[in-house]
Write a protein that binds this ligand. Structure first.
Ligand SMILES: *[C@@H]1O[C@H](CO)[C@@H](O)[C@H](O)[C@H]1NC(C)=O
Ligand SMILES: *[C@@H]1O[C@H](CO)[C@@H](O)[C@H](O)[C@H]1NC(C)=O
Length: 375
């Protein structure tokens, strides 16, 4: 039986509104009941790794990393494209398959960076190394205008890898603009704006996620093995590096901190792994949900803060999903605020559950989990 997610949300809100604002203590989130796996998000024709969602108009846009078709035995095959985009309506079925749709025409959604082995859609070089162009966060929507055009941005590290080992320790960061006009067929348009918006050995601001609040874009960066740092820029100036400010020593400065600058470290702003920042209207609080550093388990952590600058609470684990049986069983733990109504007291979680099929080929599934909070 199909039911409307929006209708379900309305019911949840009615039940969950606390009697007064004071009871909404976001510093100690408590899960209500037992979160349920609502189903598996999938484009039935594609094996898609590491999906994340953004609200584009009245639909969710899902951008994923490595994407493949299946062979006749259902085993993912070659070629790989480094990213793909698809839509889901804000309506889910009660069944196990939550269908995503949209034709990528077997091209990487984010165009490959010129010079980075871009003669194939996987970014694979003739020496077997690879520029995978893996985004850690979905497009950060910065504006939706009255004519129905939605604009977002994605920062992606120009990683160069051999196997899964980094050949460049602190790669430069490419900036992409993603635009969509309501009614257009197909996925939004992704354009490379600057192939080294942040230079090699800079803090990779934006690659770790971001939030837009009161027309200010807040973006976090986390250097390989390093701390989490914060920058901000007015929504209109995302493409202008000179307009950025950086959070250093408890204040905002126009001087870009160097990698490893302890004064720019944000304490407790995440559990160290990949995740999602968002603003909860219900809690009036900034939220990060994601994975602990070096974890490959579906253990979800949360930390909250009244402001992007902090103070962030100490991250706590609040939900554990089922791990896949591949060597990397679960990663890209994400929160999906786009799927819920703005004031709702719930969050949909996703992660990539990876199982080994055939000759140790990675099969990706994306479970969708509904978490409701007590207050
Ligand atoms: C991080 O969280 C812990 C536990 O709440 C707290 O003791 C510590 O002071 C926090 N760090 C900062 C810098 O706020
Ligand atoms: C891993 O999971 C996949 C998918 O469920 C299954 O086909 C495969 O047999 C499992 N492999 C092992 C070793 O359990």
């Amino acid at each position: 039986m199909k039911f409307s997610l929006l209708a379900a949300c309305l019911v949840h809100i009615t039940l969950a509104v606390p009697s007064n604002q004071e009871k909404r203590d976001s510093t100690k989130p408590v899960v209500k009941g037992t979160p349920q796996v609502v189903g598996i998000l999938a484009d039935p024709s594609l094996n898609r790794d590491s999906c994340g969602s953004s609200l584009f108009g009245d639909r969710a846009l899902w951008v994923c990393r490595d994407t493949q078709h299946y062979d006749s035995d259902g085993i993912p095959n070659l070629p790989i494209f480094t990213s793909s985009a698809s839509w889901s309506d804000l309506v889910t079925g009660g069944g196990s398959q939550l269908t995503m749709y949209g034709d990528n025409q077997d091209n990487s959604f984010y165009p490959l960076v010129p010079g980075n082995c871009d003669d194939n859609q996987a970014g694979i070089c003739s020496d077997g190394t690879r520029y995978p162009l893996w985004a850690n966060a979905p497009p950060l929507v910065t504006s939706s205008d009255s004519s129905g055009t939605t604009t977002g941005y994605t920062w992606i590290s120009n990683s160069h890898i051999s196997g899964l080992s980094d050949l460049i320790q602190h790669p430069s960061v490419a900036l992409y603009r993603v635009t969509y006009t309501s009614g257009a067929s197909g996925p939004p348009k992704a354009e490379l704006i600057n192939q080294a918006f942040w230079a090699e050995n800079d803090i990779p601001f934006g690659t770790y996620g971001g939030v837009v609040q009161d027309d200010i874009v807040y973006i976090w960066g986390q250097a390989t093995g390093g701390s989490v740092n914060l920058a901000r820029v007015p929504v209109a100036n995302v493409e202008d590096k000179s307009k950025y400010e950086f959070y250093v020593n408890g204040g905002w400065t126009t001087t870009q901190p160097e990698l490893g600058d302890g004064a720019a470290t944000m304490e407790n702003a995440s559990a160290g792994g990949q995740g999602t920042y968002y603003f909860s209207n219900h809690w009036k609080s900034f939220v990060w949900i994601g994975q602990a550093s070096n974890s490959v388990s579906a253990d979800f952590f949360i930390t909250t803060s009244p402001a992007p600058e902090g103070p962030w609470t100490e991250p706590v684990k609040f939900y554990s999903g089922v791990n896949g049986n591949y060597s990397l069983g679960a990663y890209t733990l994400q929160a999906n605020p786009a799927l819920s109504l703005p004031d709702s007291n719930e969050i949909y979680l996703t992660y990539t559950k990876t199982d080994a099929v055939g000759d140790n080929v990675a099969l990706y599934t994306t479970p969708l989990i509904l978490v409701e909070w007590e207050i």
